[in-house]
Design a protein around this ligand. Structure first.
Ligand code: PAF
Length: 287
């Protein structure tokens, strides 16, 4: 049965014991309010390591003033219930004071893929994510950690920080899990009204159409402008809808040779949704 641990020192004691026995460790960082997307990350971790640590921590450092920190869903008892079938060894659910004790005054700022896109709207976001992910990885020193492709820019930022800081953890990317109508699972979907929920799958549908057109040779600017119009007419307020180099997130210079990713962030009412898909290579689009 999994043990809920609140303190870093206690987590480290277990990790030390496991290491002495030569066991491998996987970590699944989450902010709780778990859904099937998170559980797929836990399952992927379970496939690859002897011991599993799931972290549940709503990280104040990645929310700006006026964002949804206060209303972000918190459901620890329900989360523990959902995790039960996966039997993680430890659920690490620290307090904010444990992670950011009085006097805490350090931040991890990652360059490269953290610039633009999410950062244009949420300038503090990746520093907050990078700081907490660094703390969690240093607390558990896992061999691997699983992150979802749903937060594609976050995934690249975490990969970069691990590489740049020589943190000995392999980052495993897991595919986005979707509702049957295509909407990417997200804890924030709970904010959608019934009408917004009905409109929301258009985001993925439009992204898929855009990726297919570009994979089939359409000009990126033209196809993106058309997709933007489609979403705006359906009531989406778009922060960005763009096609970027899938490895760096830089603007595309040679669509024929670069790996490409289509990414979107848009609001429906007060709910901000993000999603992304791979652009198929020409040869894939022909299939
Ligand atoms: O993706 C999330 O849930 C969070 O950004 C993470 C990685 C757990 C850091 O707080």
């Amino acid at each position: 049965m999994s043990q809920t641990v609140r303190q870093i020192a206690e987590l480290r004691n277990s990790v030390r014991r496991w290491r002495r026995k030569g066991e491998s460790i996987a970590m699944v960082p989450t902010m709780g309010a778990l859904h099937a997307g998170h559980l797929a990350l836990v399952e992927a971790a379970r496939q690859s390591a002897d011991r599993i640590i799931v972290t549940i921590f709503v990280n104040p450092a990645q929310f700006a003033e006026g964002e949804d920190l206060g209303r972000y869903p918190r459901a620890e008892a329900g989360d523990l219930e959902k995790l039960r079938p996966f039997d993680p060894d430890i659920v690490f659910a620290p307090s904010a004071e444990e992670i950011y004790p009085q006097g805490f005054d350090t931040a991890i700022s990652v360059g490269g893929p953290s610039s633009g896109l999410e950062s244009d709207t949420r300038p503090q976001f990746f520093t907050g994510v990078a700081t907490v992910v660094t703390k969690l990885l240093l607390a558990g020193l896992p061999d691997l950690a699983t992150f979802g492709e749903k937060d594609y820019q976050q995934l690249l930022v975490v990969k970069k920080l691990v590489r740049d800081l020589n943190i000995p953890t392999t980052i495993i990317a897991c595919p986005t899990i979707r509702e049957p109508d295509g909407l990417a699972l997200s804890s924030r979907n709970a904010y959608l009204s019934a009408d917004e929920r009905a409109a929301a799958p258009l985001l993925f549908e439009t992204l898929g159409k855009l990726a297919g057109q570009i994979g089939g040779g359409a000009a990126i600017d033209d196809a993106t402008a058309q997709a933007t119009g489609d979403l705006e007419r359906a009531g989406f307020d778009i922060d960005y809808l763009t096609v970027r180099n899938a490895r760096t997130l830089e603007p595309v210079s040679d669509p024929a040779t670069e790996p490409l990713r289509a990414l979107v962030a848009a609001r429906l009412g007060s709910t901000r949704l993000i999603d992304n898909v791979a652009v198929p290579r020409n040869s894939d689009a022909d299939k």
